[in-house]
Design a binder for this molecule. Structure first.
Ligand SMILES: [Zn+2]
Length: 105
């Protein structure tokens, strides 16, 4: 799950938290994010934060699989890529649920 805010200039700024965030109450009531487009620090409230899914989990899954494969040779790499793809798909379904819960909350 990726988090972002839209500032008063309409810029979409991705926000990363140093700890796991699953619901809005996990986010500080008020926080600042630096907007590189405006080149200034912006204030946001936790209710400004939106979540979205990306292709990150699929890529991550494939990478994890590929990395596993490296230790067991080319056949392993193929298996790893398949496993990684499956893991990625599962993560996507899970992420959709989390995303829904977050954006509803
Ligand atoms: Zn901006």
């Amino acid at each position: 799950m990726k988090f972002f805010v839209i500032d008063n200039n309409g810029d979409k700024i991705y926000v990363t938290f140093a700890y796991p965030v699953e619901r809005k109450s996990d986010i500080p009531y008020e926080f600042t994010v630096f907007c590189e487009t405006c080149n200034e620090e912006k204030y946001f409230y936790r209710q400004d934060v939106r979540a979205e899914t990306g292709t990150d989990s699929v890529i991550g899954g494939a990478l994890v699989g590929g990395a596993l494969g490296l230790t067991v040779g080319p056949q392993g790499a193929l298996l790893g890529a398949i496993l990684g793809g499956l893991l990625g798909a599962n993560t996507d379904a899970e992420e959709q649920r989390k995303l829904h819960r977050f954006n509803e909350g």
